[in-house]
Design a protein around this ligand. Structure first.
Ligand code: KIV
Length: 282
């Protein structure tokens, strides 16, 4: 991370006219790709549960899991800021345990943590900030609340819910969050929040009027399976390309085209393989 991608610099990007770019990564190679591509922020999202670990929701990942993936991302030594998600039940506990959990993610290599929820979570936001750990907020569709929300659905479609979401965002910004993710909300709601808070909003399925955008690495590269939500723009079909490549390898092995002479090691004196067998059995 450089000074230009530390929390104060990210916060200062509000309204500078250049949208922030955040992309998830969960290991060293994906972090290198995201960093080389020039993203401002690498999010070690708890979406790792669904896109890498095969779970149906994000609730199964633990602080241990998140620290493991955060450390792998940090080993890429990215210029971009590394933000780690606090998993479910890591900040729904005591202040002490919340701060200890956030600190583990910092020690693993994150420069900030992200947590889901608004006014309900202010005490824990304050506790983490008191420990000098920058906090990113996350409102709208908060996947850790999937059972309370009744599924992965667009949020704040009615006026009262929209107003509550704006109040939550203002409260998070006043508490000291340096940025706020807005997930799956109508663009009008994202615009209201973006105008109401002095910190950058980073949208995912929240329309074009946020201060930045985030996508999940596997979604934007076409690495995942199944139908993607409508806000996902696929820039590649890496799953298709990878399947074709592995199928070509299988075909080459079965047909004897792999390995070739050039892909094979030999004795220094060039002894051919049959000679080796004869010598060994003599
Ligand atoms: O876990 C994640 O990937 C996220 C993004 C969807 C913002 O929280």
């Amino acid at each position: 991370m450089s000074a230009s991608t530390a929390a104060p610099a990210i916060r200062a990007r509000k309204g500078d006219g250049t949208p922030l770019v955040m992309v998830t990564a969960y290991d060293t190679p994906s972090a290198r790709i995201v960093d080389d591509a020039g993203a401002d922020i690498i999010l070690v999202g708890d979406s790792v549960a669904m896109v890498v670990l095969g779970y149906d929701d994000t609730l199964s990942v633990t602080v241990d899991d998140m620290a493991h993936h955060t450390a792998a991302v940090a080993r890429a030594k990215p210029r971009a800021m590394v933000v780690a998600d606090m998993p479910w039940m890591s900040y729904h506990v005591s202040r002490e345990d919340t701060v200890r959990n956030a600190a583990r993610l910092l020690r693993a290599g994150a420069a900030a943590v992200k947590l889901e929820g608004g006014r309900k979570r202010l005490e824990m936001v304050g506790a983490i900030l008191d420990a000098e750990i920058p906090v990113m907020g996350h409102l709208g569709l908060t996947p850790q609340s999937v059972h309370m929300l009744g599924g992965f659905k667009v949020q704040a479609k009615e006026f009262d819910a929209a107003r509550a979401l704006v109040d939550d965002a203002v409260a998070l910004a006043e508490a000291g969050c340096f940025a706020i993710v807005l997930e799956c909300v109508p663009d009008a709601v994202a615009t209201m929040v973006t105008e109401a808070v002095p910190v950058p909003t980073i949208g995912i399925g929240a329309g074009a009027h946020c201060d930045g955008q985030v996508l999940v690495f596997h979604d934007l590269l076409g690495l995942g399976g199944g139908r993607a939500p409508k806000f996902v723009r696929r820039y590649a079909d890496l799953r298709g390309d990878a399947t074709t490549a592995v199928a070509q390898f299988a075909d080459d092995v079965r047909s004897g085209r792999y390995p070739s002479e050039a892909e094979t090691y030999h004795f220094a004196d060039g002894t051919p393989v049959p000679g080796l067998y004869q010598a060994a059995s003599a």
